[in-house]
Write a new protein. Structure first.
Length: 258
């Protein structure tokens, strides 16, 4: 999977699965622009100060149209066009339909599904100019089966599966493929936040070990492993794959819980 001469835009690429994906693309020859939130309130993020050659980092809000439009334009300038769009932006609040405040619900939808819409809205015209390309949206196994207390997050990921299918149907004639990856529990900042809520005096490693026991593969996944799946879908090796959801969850959905 050689991406020499390719240009990619990674929404939510400043951390987690998005960052791992961006780094993998750069390693394999692409020019990459990552866009997302900074890791700190003052905008100073050591990870964004130590970028590999070929990667441009832009800090902003993926739910704001003007900011995404500007970032996509910068990405096209940086890469000489765009061939690949990846959306990995997400927030993960807890709560059922009663517990979740309407403002929180709206924010989850704006970030988790709105950022994917805006990436496609402003990015697809650039893919068309290149004669086609690939869109990969990072969903979740929560889009297909649900844990308790994740009403807004799970709903947004289910919507992302449907939205990505519409991209595949609407833009296949333009040579554009669109697919989702649905991770299970992956060691990312989002999962670490969840682990801290349940810490109870245990270390992060102990919590991960306990969670891993619930998976057929017996461990928590790594962001780089998701990046490899995304890279496959972005590559010519997946030239006949579109409208698909690739579940990469360590076998979680394959196992009966009872």
């Amino acid at each position: 999977m050689d991406f020499a001469g390719k240009s990619a835009f990674v929404m939510g690429g400043t951390t987690g699965i998005g960052r791992a994906t961006a780094e993998l693309f750069v390693e394999r020859g692409a020019r990459v622009t990552v866009f997302g939130a900074s890791g700190s309130a003052d905008g100073a993020d050591p990870e964004l100060d130590a970028l590999p050659d070929g990667m441009l980092a832009l800090v902003g809000d993926g739910s704001i149209a003007a900011e995404v439009d500007g970032a996509i334009k910068r990405a096209a300038e940086h890469g000489g066009g765009l061939d690949i769009l990846v959306c990995s932006a997400a927030i993960h609040p807890y709560g059922d339909a009663v517990d979740t405040d309407p403002s929180v619900w709206a924010r989850v939808m704006a970030v988790n599904i709105g950022s994917a819409y805006l990436t496609a809205h402003f990015g697809v015209p650039h893919l068309r100019r290149r004669g086609g390309g690939s869109i990969i949206n990072v969903a979740s196994n929560q889009g297909s089966a649900n844990s308790a207390g994740l009403s807004a997050y799970a709903t947004s990921k289910g919507a992302l599966l449907a939205f990505t299918r519409t991209l595949a149907v609407d833009f296949g004639k333009d040579g554009i493929r669109a697919n989702t990856v649905s991770p299970g529990p992956i060691d990312t900042p989002l999962l670490r936040v969840a682990a801290r809520k349940l810490k109870d005096g245990r270390s992060l490693e102990e919590i991960y070990d306990d969670w891993g026991k619930n998976l057929p593969i017996c461990r928590i996944g790594r962001a780089r492993e998701m990046a490899e799946v995304i890279a496959f879908l972005a590559s010519d090796r997946a030239s006949y794959v579109t409208g698909a959801d690739y579940v990469a969850d360590g076998g979680l959905l394959a196992a009966l819980g009872f």
